[in-house]
Ligand binder design. Structure first.
Ligand code: HEM
Length: 537
């Protein structure tokens, strides 16, 4: 399974990674010298002073001093699990990716996370949850780096630093640790109204899941699949938990956060240990790949929009089963590095401007977080496909590359050709259309509706769920110090639903301001005649 390189001792680097540090019978230094005593420093006389000469003391303390690596800039708190994905064979007409083939099994590693809290924060915070899946396919690693909500706060990656600055704790007092109850968050989402749709999902019960095992997952962006004959379709990925989607109430979340801040990670680990393996079906909504890249007025490149599942049903492609806990949190859950740019033949990206920025960001941040460019050599990140790249040297390089000509083609190292022939399944970027136009910093008109889907979501909820939404806005906005921010957000609630605005205003003891705009005319449950047809798979 290891890359096509060897370690200095001639062993394949894919060999048991524990053997690197835990071989032999006796305690040793990092250099392998056996130790007689690891509890007493070397002193001049029994009562000291301690000698600088004590190499074991210095090695032990110095290594400890450097045990921590930076936490992720977002999604710092997470829990991981290993598992397997089994294809149903239903994707054959729309994607050539080998992992979808019937009964094909592919190992996966999944990391669930909260977004905003630090590594030590509590699990039941009201927040979006990360749902990142690494598929170790024979054809390279595919990362589907999604969330438990189908839309995102912003439409363009250039705003990502801003939304994260606004949502993370205030820079002066570092509060609140892990909730959206503060001025900068509400200032941002009320000024950038594209965030209103994602925000109402956060204020709903979806913001406090019962368990990682009972969360849906979404790829959010529209992706492009490429079939063996070169034809393409556009898809949105969905994970459907076999246990169904469940949440807790706010009161339960508050008590759980106090009594057991590790509740979600404990639940996941305990279930797997007990053999109750959680399962999700991976499915897709499929759309024609044409120049417009729209579905009935919904811009498929806008990550703040869904396409209702009644209109385009989710069609299953395979089943994921999580069946093993990590044996070392740091080596697996902490060092795993996901990247939406990790694609395999048959799966490609679209021009969604949020996705385009993500394609740069992950690799870039991981160079800092994991100390240089060679983290694909860490055991959890190693592809399960043969690797033969021309990347060389760098910090923490652990491969000893052979040859003298790290470029292709060359006439020195056997003259291997650069190109992979078509019948050996190379990755090919789909020849997708691009819209001719002017180079400019601007947004498409089809991205400008910020309220109708927030209303659609609210109207799709039951009365009890709507009540929870109103209570959540009241609680969270109640923690804002700035009255003008509350007023601005209340006006937006009026554009989503007038009763919602009135209820939250009453809870805050405020007047109901004029709505930002009249609520849109949307129908939450389409008539049966409108129910969409499945794509012919
Ligand atoms: C981390 C999802 C947008 C930058 C993550 C993680 C998830 C995720 C699940 C945690 C991965 C893990 O468990 O290790 C998403 C989704 C997005 C989105 C679903 C929108 C649809 C963005 C954007 C950017 C970004 C627009 C930057 C332009 C990052 C960074 C990390 C991260 C820097 C930390 C990665 C690391 O340290 O390994 N994201 N994200 N994300 N995301 Fe995103």
């Amino acid at each position: 399974k290891g890359p096509a390189t060897v370690s200095p001792t001639g062993q394949a680097t894919g060999a048991d990674p524990a053997a690197v540090a835990q071989g032999g019978q006796f305690l040793t230094t990092a250099h392998g010298a056996r130790l007689q005593d690891s509890d007493h420093s070397l002193k001049a006389g029994r009562r000291g002073p301690t000698l600088l000469q004590d190499h074991h003391l210095r090695e032990k303390i110095s290594h400890f001093d450097h045990e921590r690596i930076p936490e992720r800039v977002v999604h710092a708190r997470g829990a991981g699990a290993h598992g397997v994905f089994r294809g149903y064979g239903t994707a054959a007409k729309i994607s050539q990716a080998g992992l979808f083939a019937k009964d094909k099994e592919t190992e996966v590693f999944v990391r669930f996370s909260t977004v905003l809290g630090s590594r030590g924060s509590s699990d039941l915070a009201r927040d979006t949850r990360g749902f990142a899946v690494k598929f170790y396919t024979d054809e390279g690693t595919w990362d589907l780096v999604g969330n438990n909500m189908p839309v995102f706060f912003i439409q363009d990656a250039i705003k990502f630093p801003d939304v994260v600055h606004a949502a993370k704790p205030h820079p002066d007092r570092e509060i609140p640790q892990a909730q959206s109850a503060h001025d900068t968050f509400w200032d941002f989402v009320s000024l950038h109204t594209e965030a209103q749709h994602h925000t109402i999902w956060n204020m709903s019960d979806r913001g406090i899941p019962r368990s990682y095992r009972t969360m849906e997952g979404f790829g959010i962006h529209t992706f492009r699949l490429i079939a063996a004959d070169g034809s393409t379709v556009l898809v949105k990925f969905h994970w459907k938990p076999k246990l169904g989607a469940h949440s807790v109430t706010w009161e339960e979340a508050l008590i759980t956060n106090g009594a057991d801040p590790d509740y979600h990670r404990r639940d996941l680990a305990d279930a797997i240990e007990a053999g109750a393996f959680p399962e999700w079906e991976l499915g897709v909504q499929v759309f024609e790949d044409n120049e417009e890249q729209m579905f009935e007025g919904i811009d498929l490149l806008d990550p703040t929009k869904i396409v209702p599942e009644e209109l385009v049903p989710v069609q299953p492609l395979g089943l994921m089963t999580l069946n093993a806990n990590p044996s070392n949190y740091f080596a697996e859950t902490e060092q795993v590095a996901f990247n939406p740019a990790n694609l395999v033949p048959g799966i490609d990206v679209t021009n969604d401007p949020l996705l385009q920025g993500r394609l740069f960001s992950y690799l870039d941040t991981q160079i800092t977080r994991l100390g240089g460019p060679n983290w694909t050599q860490l055991p959890i990140n190693r592809p399960h496909a043969a690797v033969n790249d021309m990347l060389r040297d760098g910090m923490h390089q652990s491969a000893v590359h052979r040859g003298v000509a790290p470029y292709r083609p060359n006439t020195l190292d056997g003259g291997l050709p650069f190109e992979t022939p078509a019948d050996e399944r190379p990755f090919i970027d789909a020849p997708a259309p691009i819209e001719a136009g002017v180079k400019e910093r601007a947004v498409a008109a089809s991205f400008e509706d910020h309220f109708s889907q927030a209303r659609l979501f609210f109207l799709s909820l039951s009365e009890v769920e709507r009540e929870h939404v109103a209570q959540a806005y009241t609680f969270e906005l109640g923690k804002c110090y700035e009255q003008t921010i509350r007023e601005r957000q209340l006006a937006h609630l009026g554009a989503i639903d007038e009763r919602l605005a009135a209820q939250v205003a009453a809870g805050l003891g405020m007047e109901v301001p004029a709505p930002t705009q009249a609520p849109a005319d949307v129908t939450p449950s389409p008539a049966l005649s409108q129910v969409g047809k499945e794509w012919p798979l």
